[in-house]
Design a protein around this ligand. Structure first.
Ligand code: GLU
Length: 502
């Protein structure tokens, strides 16, 4: 294969949707698998849709995911500038080439005139298409006499440049994922390539840049498939070889009905953006929700691509090794928020207790708890299996840090028996005498005592857990009391007895 060069070409119109991150990821995996370059090009020619902060957001999102840009605004490269608004002059030159060839023409119709035509067509039950069937009747350099349209130009009348789509021709082209496609030009319109504000539209800028940047493969979302016939025509008009195209399937709502949107996330409580979006209508991000970037990337990679095996856990390195476009499916992939959590759970289990302790220590610090790292290592080891996020450790382990304020009434009703208080008092004096307050140390003594007295282990341990934890949850009791220590354990028994009673 010739030098592989792919690009991710987002428009900075708001936060980058996870579908966009998926597109970036697939481009990146494909590039790295084939020793190619991954280019980040910012497509900001639509000034009306430009949103402040979006460009930085895109860059930070890629960085968080571990997607390394080879060429771009910050990285530089031999094909810059990498921001389209800085390439303005280039596009006009290329538009002029097509004007000279007769494939592009000037159109002077005002937005109001076009709107009226659209409305009239609608009334008649049709859709207005600016194409060969109406071109001759409208105000442009194809229909008007040369001196007339030139006069308009000289007078400085606003105009757009349109592509002269041939009439009733079959265009044949290939997509790596979708195979051979045929479209008849009857269904296409004379797209605007250059706007009256002096900026190119997406179509022109995109084709010119892909060509000048020597892009070998265009891998992008399925929503761009309808633009593909025009793009092929443009390559043809310029006399350039088109790159290879691969249109990726959409990310679908959890119920499979339609494209995944921010509203779905809001309704069901999951983010559809990689990072928190702080501007205007704010939006949740995977990073801030506590996801590991590796888990997030792993999950996204499998939403549309499959390795052909049962394997689900892939590091970025493994994804690069395994990735091939022919394993990208044609149909959309349903987003499953529970599966997203599952991935994070897996990655969290694979972290060492030391890593988790360090992460949890940050969380505790923010809440004013300062705990020795060795103690935290023990603690996270006790609860990690039950959690999917570092922040959940707190929910599973709050009682390690503070005595219960209240006691679960349900548990009291079920587990607190007539002799519970007396048994706990006896246990209290037993514990008080133990010097080795390690989990094993206390367990040996307590078990021996229970056996010797012929007591019921369950009855004692349930009451004990209730006064120490406040309810029936949590890891092994002896692990808990060893961690909180003798003094705290005895205090909790006293407090529990005084509140729950005899
Ligand atoms: N600027 C387009 C977008 O926002 C790029 C589409 C393409 O990759 O050609 O998605």
């Amino acid at each position: 294969m010739a030098q592989v060069r792919v690009r991710f070409a987002p428009s900075p119109t708001g936060p980058l949707h996870i579908g966009g991150v998926k597109t970036a990821l697939y481009n990146y995996l494909f590039a790295k698998k084939n020793n190619g370059n991954f280019i980040l090009r910012i497509e900001d020619t639509d000034q009306a849709r430009f949103v402040e902060g979006a460009e930085e957001y895109i860059m930070e999102s890629l960085k968080w995911c571990g997607i390394i840009v080879d060429e771009g605004i910050n990285e530089g490269g031999n094909y810059g500038p990498y921001r389209q608004s800085e390439r303005r002059a280039i596009y006009r030159q290329y538009a002029d080439i097509l004007i000279d060839k007769g494939d592009v023409y000037y159109a002077f119709d005002t937005p109001e005139q076009l709107e009226n035509l659209r409305r009239e067509s609608e009334k008649a039950g049709n859709t207005f298409i600016y194409n060969a069937t109406v071109r001759e009747k409208l105000s442009n350099s194809v229909s008007l006499q040369e001196n007339l349209w030139k006069e308009k130009l000289e007078k400085g009348e606003p105009y757009v440049l349109r592509y002269k789509m041939p009439h009733n021709e079959d265009i044949h082209f290939e997509d790596i994922i979708r195979g051979h496609i045929v479209v008849n030009t009857r269904t296409l319109d004379d797209k605007v390539l250059f706007k009256s504000d002096g900026m190119p539209t997406y179509h022109l800028a995109n084709i010119v840049d892909d060509h000048l940047m020597e892009i070998s493969h265009v891998i992008r979302g399925e929503e761009w498939l309808p633009s593909l016939p025009l793009h092929f025509m443009l390559y043809h008009s310029f006399g350039w070889d088109p790159p290879l195209f691969a249109h990726l399937p959409l990310l679908l709502k959890p119920d499979g009905k339609g494209k995944l949107s921010k509203r779905d996330g809001d309704k069901m409580g999951f983010p559809v953006f990689p990072l928190f979006w702080p501007y205007g209508e704010t939006a949740k991000g995977y990073r801030e929700e506590g996801y590991y970037p590796e888990a997030f990337v792993n999950m996204l990679a499998l939403l549309g691509w499959n390795p052909g095996t049962e394997q689900e856990i892939f590091s970025m390195k493994k994804l690069i090794e395994a990735f091939t476009i022919d394993r990208v499916g044609k149909s959309g992939s349903r987003f499953d928020p529970e599966k997203a959590k599952w991935f994070n759970h897996q990655y969290l289990q694979n972290r060492t207790n030391t890593q988790l302790a360090l992460e949890f220590r940050e969380f505790l610090r923010a809440r004013g708890y300062h705990v020795d790292i060795v103690d935290l290592e023990t603690l996270v080891g006790l609860v990690k299996e039950r959690v999917s996020f570092v922040k959940d450790i707190w929910e599973q382990a709050d009682f390690f840090f503070r005595a219960p304020e209240t006691y679960d009434q349900e548990v009291i009703k079920k587990r607190w028996k007539e002799d519970s208080a007396a048994l706990l008092l006896e246990l209290r004096s037993l514990l008080e005498k133990i010097n080795d307050f390690s989990a094993a140390g206390t367990e040996t003594v307590v078990k021996a005592w229970i056996e010797e007295k012929g007591y019921n282990t369950g009855a004692i341990m349930n009451a004990f857990r209730l006064v120490v934890v406040g309810t029936s949850r949590g890891p092994h009791m002896f692990d808990i009391i060893s961690w909180i220590g003798k003094e705290e354990t005895l205090k909790r028994i006293d407090k529990g007895l005084s509140i729950i009673g005899k």
